[in-house]
Design a protein around this ligand. Structure first.
Ligand code: ZN
Length: 390
């Protein structure tokens, strides 16, 4: 290999970077195991201390002739030591299982043959350090209980079908009906949007002043802003008084996006955004399309609320689907959305399905074991976080 970095081939560079990463990970792993060993050592010292104190007290009782007292203390000490060893072994075993499952998932994320969603990959990579080397990870990288819960969802999704699945699986039936119900509502919203939009485009076509959006009220502001070539695609609208529905919608979309990007306050809002929606509504009135415009607006609001639903509808495994739906808690979108109801969405039906799915999932012994592992990991990571915060 040459000493000149510019002379290195890409493959050589990749090899060097790979070696460095390997070294870094080994160091982190070393720090983590050293810290864990230290914690275990402390616990062992505590157990030994209790043991020897117990022995001294027992001898004291025995030499004073209190036989029952001596036997009682000896029994308590032995039980405490045994129980403690058994408990910590089991607890540590659970945390290690949790980590093993995380590693397993990480391998799947890096395997190009697996079809993992890119946002799931990003999530796993973001928390790799915090899960595998929590004490070596920076303080800012703490892992929160809700992240661990999401990790469990991903594990269900990418670990093959839920293992307790059988013919006539009730969980899959519940998932199927929830999926069908939600997809129905979504497609109703989408149809409403596209039909109403077609109607508005056909009506407000800008050929006559009555069938156009009047831009006079804000044209001055618009031209001033656009003359510095903000949006080349809007160049034809500069100085144009009568806009078609499509043109007005393009302007709305671009200006709203810009407003979001720059986090403009209500005060600094562009005059165009302030006046354009009202002008579109006026045009819709003139064309007798006011109802269509209102319904279009409502469907557009509904489609925004549908975004989180789409996210969990992508889960293929029924268990992962219900877990992700429950991640938002009881106050998630479905307990609040009124907009969706007008598109046939039945909140109580979905809530009932979630409840019965939760019952079914809790009944499975495998799920119970996973929950215990999650609980142990949760306690361990909050302990690490508290140490790091000090
Ligand atoms: Zn099933």
């Amino acid at each position: 290999m040459t000493a000149d970095p510019e002379g290195m081939t890409e493959r050589q560079m990749a090899w060097v970077i790979g070696r460095i990463n390997e070294q870094v990970n080994q160091t982190k792993s070393f720090i983590q195991s050293a810290a864990e060993f230290h914690v275990r050592d402390l616990k062992a010292t505590e157990a030994r201390l209790i043991f020897w104190c117990g022995v001294i007290v027992t001898i004291g009782f025995a030499s004073a002739g209190f036989r029952i007292g001596a036997i009682g203390v000896a029994a308590v000490v032995i039980m405490r030591c045994y129980w403690w060893t058994w408990y910590t072994d089991r607890f540590n075993g659970r945390v290690n299982h949790f980590r093993a499952r995380f590693r397993d998932l990480l391998e799947k994320a890096e395997d190009s043959n697996q079809t993992m969603l890119s946002e799931d990959k990003e999530f796993l990579q973001k928390y790799t350090e915090s899960v595998l080397f929590p004490l070596a990870a920076p303080r800012s990288d703490v892992i929160l209980p809700r992240d661990l819960v999401h990790f469990e969802t991903l594990y269900r999704e990418y670990n093959g079908w839920h293992r307790w699945h059988k013919d006539g699986c009730k969980l899959c039936a519940a998932a199927q009906s929830v999926r069908g119900h939600l997809n129905n509502a979504i497609s109703k919203i989408e149809t409403t949007i596209s039909e109403n939009r077609q109607g508005l485009i056909a009506g407000i076509d800008g050929r006559k002043p009555e069938a156009a959006v009047h831009a006079t009220a804000f044209l001055g502001d618009f031209c001033e802003y656009e003359r510095s070539k903000r949006h080349p695609q809007l160049a034809t609208l500069v100085d144009k008084e009568y806009w078609t529905f499509e043109e007005a919608e393009d302007v709305l979309r671009l200006y709203r996006k810009e407003e979001e990007e720059y986090h403009r306050s209500e005060k600094n809002r562009s005059q165009v955004l302030e006046k354009l929606p009202a002008e579109i509504e006026e045009a819709a009135f003139r064309c007798k399309l006011a109802e269509v415009w209102w319904s279009y607006q409502e469907a557009r609001r509904a489609i925004l609320e549908v975004e989180p639903i789409r996210r969990f509808l992508r889960r293929r495994d029924s268990e992962a689907l219900f877990r992700e739906m429950a991640e938002g808690g009881p106050n998630a979108w479905w307990s609040q959305s009124d907009v969706l109801r007008s598109f046939g969405y039945d909140r109580s039906m979905v809530e009932r399905a979630i409840k019965s799915a939760n019952k079914l999932m809790l009944k499975e012994s495998q799920s119970k074991e996973y929950e215990k592992q999650l609980g142990a990991a949760n306690l361990t990571f909050s302990w690490y976080n508290a140490r790091k915060a000090q």
